[in-house]
Design a protein around this ligand. Structure first.
Ligand code: SAM
Length: 300
């Protein structure tokens, strides 16, 4: 039997239904320049995320996932949806922002706190201390801070210490509030801290640990777009805004840094990401060391 000319048939790819039609799961949505510009404008106007041409493929692939989930067939249609639906606009911003974080990320900052900031707080047990993690993503940063506050300042022992942890991503805030992380997220953390502050919560699937009460009682998670008015009435002693400003242009960084300065108590500290810097940004902070800045004046 002659079979040399028969073509091998590929197995069918999974199909998604789009408005009654079917659509190949691997479909490639084309992102026209005009649509990319509109998406960039929207992202900039909402949260000042700066999506330059080099981010086009990233935008395409991240939003394509969302479009498949919504059974939307083109970027033009997706933009119409985003423009008429505030919840989808939030989802779009969520999909476009980068949420990478880890426990004790950039550990030099945590060493700095222990060596230079906590001693002053320890000397004044009656004082209230307020920390703000602005752009906290899925919560590892404020939980790291809360562990150190417990370890070094006995934060649970009647001191008035609180951490406000905010982000624009409701999806990340849900994870942060749940306080539940797979075991693999703790790889680089001291195992003693892990077992002291995170309880096992295995349900037969992937091993998971959940933040315990010593951490939870210190932290409030809230939605906050840094570009909008800030509802907090009181000032902070320490602000972490690490690996957030990197996505903003200089004028936006400058305006934000000025607002952080106003929101700190005299002598308070601003921490930015190790790869960020305030070079070229006008500001009133004292430079302490790379990525650490201090508001002048005596701490109260
Ligand atoms: C890369 S993560 C940084 C997390 C953490 N600070 C760290 O350094 O590990 C950046 C976070 O900033 C948030 N973000 C971006 N633009 C924002 C805005 N305009 N307002 C509030 N949060 C924003 C993102 O949602 C994201 O979770």
């Amino acid at each position: 039997m002659a079979c040399g000319g028969a073509r091998r048939r590929k197995p069918p790819l999974p199909l998604l239904s789009i408005r009654g039609k079917t659509m190949n799961h691997a479909v490639h949505f084309e992102l026209k320049d005009r649509d990319f510009r509109r998406i960039s404008e929207l992202a900039y106007s909402v949260c000042r995320i700066n999506l330059h041409q080099g981010k086009k493929e990233l935008v395409r692939s991240r939003l394509a996932k969302r479009m498949r989930a919504l059974h939307i067939a083109s970027f033009g249609e997706y933009i119409e949806r985003v423009e008429s639906d505030g919840a989808e606009l939030t989802r779009m911003i969520d999909a476009l922002s980068t949420n990478l974080t880890t426990f004790f990320r950039e550990p030099r900052h945590f060493d700095f706190l222990v060596e230079n900031v906590f001693p002053a707080l320890r000397d004044n047990p009656a004082a209230r201390s307020r920390f703000w993690c602005a752009g906290c993503s899925s919560g590892e940063e404020p939980y790291s801070l809360a562990m150190l506050l417990n370890e070094h300042l006995d934060a649970a022992g009647g001191r008035d210490i609180k951490i406000l942890a905010t982000d624009i991503s409701t999806r990340m805030l849900d994870i942060a509030r749940s306080g539940a992380y797979p075991e693999t997220r703790f790889q680089n953390m001291d195992p003693l801290l892990k077992s002291k502050y995170f309880d096992r919560a295995d349900d037969g699937g992937e091993p998971v640990r959940v933040a315990g009460p010593l951490l939870r009682q210190l932290i409030k998670f809230r939605y906050l777009n840094l570009m909008e008015p800030w509802p907090m009435k009181r000032n902070f002693d320490v602000i972490f805004c690490r690996n957030v400003m990197i996505y903003f242009d200089k004028p936006t960084q400058e305006a934000l840094v000025r607002r952080f300065h106003e929101k700190l108590n005299p002598g308070g500290y601003l921490f930015i990401g190790h790869s960020e810097s305030l070079i070229g940004v006008k500001h009133d902070f004292e430079f302490v060391q790379s990525s650490v800045y201090r508001r002048g004046g005596r701490a109260q």
